[in-house]
Ligand binder design. Sequence first.
Ligand SMILES: C[S@@+](CC[C@H](N)C(=O)[O-])C[C@H]1O[C@@H](n2cnc3c(N)ncnc32)[C@H](O)[C@@H]1O
Length: 292
Amino acid sequence: MASWTIQKLLDWTTEYLTSKGVDAPRLSAELLLCHTVELTRIELYTQFDRQVAKRQLDQLHDLVKRAGLHEPVAYLTGRTEFYSLELEITSDCLIPRPETELLVQRAIEFLRTRAGVQFVCDLCTGSGCIAVAIAKNHPDSRVIATDISAGALDVAAQNVEKHQLKERIELLQGDLFEPLVRQLDVDQFDLIACNPPYVSAAEYERLDNNVKDYEPKSALYAGTDGLDVYRRIMEKADQFLKPGAALMLEIGYAQGPAVRELLEETGAFAKIKIEKDLHDNDRITIATKVSH
Ligand SMILES: C[S@@+](CC[C@H](N)C(=O)[O-])C[C@H]1O[C@@H](n2cnc3c(N)ncnc32)[C@H](O)[C@@H]1O
């Protein structure tokens, strides 16, 4: 046992995860090891010869076994990185995806074109990743973030606290806009940002096991065609937006045309743009409310 150094464990774990077909096996091994020995990734690289204690070996063994069964590493370590911010994560919330950073980037760019305090609503906040990243990068923003899941909101609350944003982010539990109706101080926003559930019934069946078996179905599934939540957002978004304000939605890889049609049907938006991600998939829609 005493001969298990960080280097040896890293190599062994990488090989094991590779043999189990786990994505990014080297990175996953590093993250599991960092978590177990309580080091950052840089520290790990400077302490390759350090021997790992028996208690930590046992803990690592358990985590590696679960990772080999495709349990997501973010749930095993309880954290992930999003928009260069470390976030707490539990299986009550979706693991923030790098693709969602595009929505955050466009949101921040939009807010920076406007003067004064900006009121932002983050619907379906989950871990709070979008709300936290926007508030952290746009000090003049005040965010109200909602989610139907109490478990997800507990995680969001930890992330708000962790990044010292309690003064600027308010978390409310309920169905889409419903908790805002009870909210008296802000009734119209400069920006509504949302990454809702958008997976169709057919897509849900085909999801990778590491998603389908571990991430909450309520964070992913949105009816037969995957558009149920968009339809419900479009019914009300208009009344919660100031003239000239923006609605930014993450969308599925081929949902651009359908979401554009839903937005057009409302007659409330002057400009509607679909943006693709780096893999050339539809990724976000940006709609600007008519300014009169
Ligand atoms: C795709 S996840 C997005 C989480 C987070 N914003 C992100 O980008 O990682 C969707 C979230 O919507 C929440 N949700 C699902 N249906 C909802 C509803 N009707 N009202 C409010 N939130 C809902 C889920 O609990 C989940 O946290």
